[in-house]
Design a protein. Structure first.
Length: 54
């Protein structure tokens, strides 16, 4: 089995994602469902950075 780096573990741990855009309120919401049984070994904000990176 290949070794997973932090990016792989974050992607694997997210089991569901939803993007909601409300133009009238100038709002964008990203909801991530994370399987906490998968040991990501990273704080929540680090995980969020992976999904918001351009």
């Amino acid at each position: 089995m290949a070794a997973f780096d932090i990016h792989d573990r974050v992607n694997y741990a997210v089991t569901e994602s939803k993007l909601k855009i409300e133009k009238d309120r100038s709002m964008i919401a990203l909801n991530l469902q994370i399987d906490e049984s998968i040991k990501v070994s990273a704080p929540c904000m680090i995980i969020l950075r992976f999904f918001l990176a351009v």
